[in-house]
Design a protein around this ligand. Structure first.
Ligand code: DC
Length: 243
């Protein structure tokens, strides 16, 4: 394990103070939707006691705020203003389930819908919107470290990350996973429609000119097809241990 981390009483790693503390370590996990990066990022952050950045949630929040304000997803100037001033709060309910607030509004459920994902992917094509979110994302880099989940975490937001992972899975498995996830959240979508939407969104995310979805040159590739959450989490933790 990287030698500037030591365990505190709770067993969680904390950053050493002093000259060798340096910038907090960052692990980036990029990849297409349904690759498992959200679940794995959360598990890895929990295991390490690291902070977690779900960057997709920020793009989703801009899309939701735009919808709330009846703004077109093509109104770049207004979207940039929204992105700059997003009044967002992440917390959890009594059961430990994630809760997300946009101003006074509980957006937990609408945030994760496929419609919001699709609008987020459109908003995310606009470079000024991406730029407006850069500093907000980098501010998540706090001791003892950060696990950052997204599409351009390793390529653009944290190019100096200690460990970069590009997570994939077969298109079929990704659609099935998303389907299960949405069902568990009480959202009803047909698997065939979901597959089509995922394909469309991946194409848009990969083919855009600004910060497209692609592995960083120095990323480790991790195909999660047929692998359990536990096995994938362990693989990432093993890589972290090698740092
Ligand atoms: O990871 P997600 O499904 O919550 O992301 C929603 C959309 O946001 C995704 O289709 C593309 C965009 N996104 C992005 O462009 N860059 C990121 N770092 C994260 C998400």
């Amino acid at each position: 394990m990287f030698d500037w981390l030591k365990k505190n009483k709770s067993g969680r790693p904390v950053e050493k103070s002093g000259a060798d503390a340096g910038a907090s370590v960052v692990v980036t996990i990029d990849g297409p939707s349904g690759s498992g990066k959200g679940t794995i990022s959360r598990r890895v952050a929990e295991a390490l006691g690291f902070n977690l950045l779900d960057s997709g949630a920020l793009y989703r929040l801009v899309a939701l705020a735009a919808e709330d304000a009846c703004l077109s997803v093509r109104n770049t100037e207004a979207l940039v203003e929204l992105a700059r001033h997003l009044d967002v709060r992440f917390d959890s309910d009594e059961g430990g389930e994630e809760k997300v607030w946009l101003g006074e509004q509980d957006v937990t459920k609408s945030l994760r819908s496929e419609e919001t994902g699709a609008s987020a992917s459109i908003v995310a094509q606009l470079e000024p919107v991406r730029e407006a979110l850069i500093e907000r994302q980098r501010a998540f880099r706090q001791p003892p470290g950060l696990v950052a989940d997204g599409r351009d975490m390793g390529t653009r937001i944290f190019p100096d990350a200690a460990l970069k992972i590009y997570m994939t899975a077969s298109a079929e498995e990704r659609a099935k996973r998303r389907h299960k996830q949405l069902k568990e959240k009480g959202l009803n979508v047909s698997l065939a429609a979901l597959s089509r939407d995922i394909e469309k969104r991946d194409r848009r995310d990969s083919e855009r000119t600004i910060a497209p979805l692609r592995p960083a040159m120095d990323a480790k590739l991790l195909d999660t097809t047929g692998q359990s959450i536990e096995a994938v989490t362990q693989q990432v933790l093993d890589w972290v241990a090698e740092l």
